[in-house]
Write a protein that binds this ligand. Structure first.
Ligand code: NIG
Ligand code: FE
Length: 427
């Protein structure tokens, strides 16, 4: 029987389906479904067939893409970015070279606070155009779903402006976006001596954020010189009571106990975790809170010690990976580079890395049921890679291996010559 389809991907050398019933924790992160010589069929933006070439009979396709033996995977998911901001911070590079610590730059009114100054001055349209540029780049690196945080306003008006920009992008950009309110990202100078009053001001806009559906998650930077564990606990408890999911920038630089807090509050994710304690890691495993690791940031901050991914996986934690793309601690949209850091600095296996950037990343932002897997019935978010197998990406580093990105069944980014024919020929 002939089946009419819109798009048929043929001659796939290696297909990773990333099929999974839930987030993958511990040893389960090692298991991948790999199909050699595979075919994928897409109808109305949805995957309707995944299988071997032998089992793919009788397709009649509008468009056929001959993948020439390349690797094909689900679109990647980047579950932690700060992609809406104004300006840049290249002048901080010299300070870094002189050994001025990240938190010291912040204390002197630079760092996050300097991006806040520029973001406050920018119009909504300016922020939109700049963020669109960064999202286009993320898409070109194979990301089809991403989280984006506010946090460069630190005042109601600008925080809402950032979230509105994210909402417009969610409506117009091919990347599926998930928004997080990070009003508690730093203490603005006006409130240096009264952080509690500042947190109260941020909490005062939660109702509006909820009503206008401007964010699903609330996040806080729990760190020395920023917010304490106790302040964070009270703040997040209130956000939870208003129906928001929780995230924490936890133990990024100093080991304060944000990891334990994330587990106690049943946060959906705890992010960074460089200084996470043994107890904190055990608690993450118990609570099911996903550990979002950001090795690009640890690298860029010039640290020797990275998050203990091996310990987390041994203890049964579900680990995800993200860029943390932002203008200060990790100015890169290149999620493929993060794969290499994860392999070399976190000692994660290639299988764990792929799980961490698809299935687990999707679960870390509440999209486990829609993103991160290439299976029948899901939206066709697919990447064709200029790579012979999945081991290749963490290995060959610093360049973009994307050949073609397909979002909801449409080719949205194409770099080189896969044979693409509009024809009625069969697979
Ligand atoms: O995840 N640590 C706090 N926030 C970001 C950095 C933001 C910035 O430096 O602009 C992070 O590292
Ligand atoms: Fe961050």
């Amino acid at each position: 029987m002939t089946q009419h389809v819109d798009l048929l991907l043929t001659n796939i050398g290696q297909l990773l389906t990333m099929e999974s019933t839930g987030p993958r924790a511990g040893k389960d992160m090692q298991r991948l479904t790999v199909i050699e010589n595979a075919v994928v069929a897409i109808v109305n933006g949805e995957i309707t067939f995944v299988g071997t070439v032998e089992s793919a009979q009788g397709f009649k396709a509008e468009t056929i893409i001959n993948c020439q033996g390349k690797l094909v995977t689900p679109g990647l998911v980047d579950p932690h970015t700060h992609a809406v901001f104004s300006g840049s911070r290249e002048h901080e590079m010299a300070l870094k070279q002189q050994g001025v610590p990240y938190l010291e730059i912040l204390k002197q009114g630079g760092g996050i606070l300097s991006t806040v100054e520029k973001t406050r001055k920018a119009t909504e349209d300016q922020l939109y155009e700049k963020a669109r540029f960064h999202l286009d780049r993320m898409l070109s690196y194979g990301v089809t779903t991403a989280e984006v945080k506010s946090g460069y306003g630190l005042e109601p008006e600008t925080e809402l402006k950032q979230l509105k920009v994210a909402k417009r992008l969610q409506e117009n950009h091919p990347i599926d976006l998930v928004s997080t309110f990070l009003g508690a990202h730093a203490i603005p100078q006006k409130y240096t001596n009264n952080p509690e009053a500042f947190l109260k001001e941020m909490l005062s806009i939660l109702n509006q954020i909820k009503q206008e559906e401007l964010a699903e998650f609330v996040d806080i930077f729990t760190e020395t010189g920023v917010f304490t564990v106790e302040q964070s606990r009270a703040y997040l408890a209130e956000a939870k009571a208003k129906g928001f999911g929780l995230k924490i920038h936890a133990d990024e630089i100093d080991p304060l106990g944000g990891t334990e807090l994330a587990a106690d509050l049943r946060a959906i994710s705890a992010d960074h975790l460089v200084g996470a304690s043994d107890k904190g890691i055990e608690k993450l495993a118990e609570s099911g809170t996903i550990a979002v690791l950001l090795p690009g940031t640890t690298f860029y901050l010039g640290k020797e010690i990275f998050a203990r991914a091996r310990k987390m996986i041994e203890e049964g934690v579900a680990v995800a990976l993200a860029t943390d793309f932002n203008p200060g601690s990790c100015p890169t949209e290149n999620i493929q580079l993060i794969m290499t850091f994860a392999a070399l600095k976190l000692k994660m296996t290639p299988e764990e890395i792929w799980i961490a950037m698809t299935v687990n990343a999707a679960h870390a932002i509440g999209r486990g049921d829609s993103a991160g897997q290439l299976v029948v019935g899901r939206t066709a978010d697919v990447v064709i890679w200029d790579a012979p197998n999945y081991l290749y990406l963490p290995y060959h580093y610093g360049v973009n291996h994307v050949n073609t990105v397909i979002k909801s069944g449409q080719v949205v980014s194409k770099r080189r010559d896969v044979i693409d024919s509009t024809s009625s020929s069969k697979s």
